[in-house]
Every structure is written in structure tokens, then in C-alpha cells.
Design a protein around this ligand. Sequence first.
Ligand SMILES: [Fe+2]
Ligand SMILES: [Fe+2]
Length: 264
Amino acid sequence: MIKLLFIGDVVGQAGLGYLERRLPALVDERRPDFVIVNGENLDITFHRPSPGNCGMTTASLARLLALPVDLVTGGNHSWDGPEATQVLANPRVIRPLNYAAAAPGRGAAIIAKNGARLGVINLVSRSAFSAADTPLPAFEKQLAEWQGQVDLILVDFHGESVTEKQTFGFACAGQVAAVLGTHTHVRTLDTRILPRGTAFVTDVGMTGPADGIQGYRPELFVNYMHLRLPTSDPLVEAGGAVELGAVLVACQDGRAVHIERILE
Ligand SMILES: [Fe+2]
Ligand SMILES: [Fe+2]
């Protein structure tokens, strides 16, 4: 049995601090073989409204990778921030595969541990990132390249639309152990095993402060809804308790046999 712990979009210092306090004990309790974390919102790298204001800094990435974390995935914010190229050069960081090949970073990685070779593929839907390529051909190409090289595969599918994520899940059901949705920062209850052993959830949810919008203070978003013009409000982390977005997937012979949400 191979167990995969996946943690959704970590938001800011609150989310990172929570993982520093909680993840070592959670790993002791649940004993996952692999821990994968989506880190696209680890930092606010630009405090003005902008599509490029999140991403990761090398300092926060170093703190995250000092924890029991095997690999960090991303999404539409993977290329945000002045240190994105440095961040994406780290072999333990991947970014969406279905994007310009010339852009920094890699879209997939194999981690070998505990007698298993886990392939992780990061994809982004065009509803979450309009500049991306369509995800299915990129996925199929990666699958063909990995033939015989991996024992099981996890896909972080970063998307806005529920239908798009569910469709992708069924499109590759039986070909991968897990399709786990990220990006909306909202935890969904639909953990299930799709036909032929693919664990699925529409959105793992964020690991970040709960009293705001997607982990951020609401003023910027509300003012933008009023004005429909760029505002000068800064993007600021929300307050409140941190909620954990996490699922644990148990796999046997490359297929998922169980998926459960870890709620705390
Ligand atoms: Fe996110
Ligand atoms: Fe995102």
C-alpha cells in the first residue's frame, strides 16, 4: 500500500506557519509515503492588484522544503514574482506542464521513495489560465514518455471549472492513481474513486486563513466588483484560523483504493 498526502494551495505566511507547526505531526499520524504540496500562493510577491502577484520566494520555498515535503506543485501563479525562475529551477518544484516549453520550470517529476516510483504531473485548465495549452494532449504525451518508468501517477489539475475538472478525471480514469483539483481554494466534499481506480476530488481546497476570500482580505475584491476598474487596494492575507485543505490517497498496484479528506 502506498499512501499519498496532498495539500492544497498554501496561502501566505499563515498557511506556511500552520504547516511548520502541524505537518510533522500529521505525517507521523498518517504515515504517507509521499507528501505533495501546491505552493502557488506561498507568497504575496507584489502588493498591488495584478494577475502576477502571488507565487513563491526562495526564502519561503526553503522553509516549505525543510518540512517533510517531497514535491511542490503550482498553477496559474507559478511564474509570479521576481524569484520565479530561481524557484522553478529547484528540482523539487514543478509548474503546469501544458504551457510554453521555453518558459522556466518543468511540468512533471518522478520521485522514487519507499520502493515506489511516483510520477507527479501538474496541469492547468484554460479557465484558470487562458494562456495555457489544452491539458489533455500534454498529459497523454507525458504518459507515453513515462511508460515503464513509474509505478503510479498523481495529477494536480489546477482549474476553475468543476465540469472541466470532473471531465479530466473521467478522461484519464484508470490511467493514473489520482486526479486532485486545486485553484479555487474551496474544499469540496466529492472525494471518490472513479472507474478503474483513480482517486478524485474537485478541489482539495486551500491551506490558509479562513476569514476572507481565498485566503486574502476581501476589500480588494469587493472594491473591484463595485468599480470594475483597477484599484489601489493592496492584496493582503486574511485573518482568522487557518483551514487545512488536504486529502490522503491509498494506492495498491498503481490504482487508488481509498481517498479521504483530512479536515481540521
Ligand atoms: Fe491558488
Ligand atoms: Fe491558481
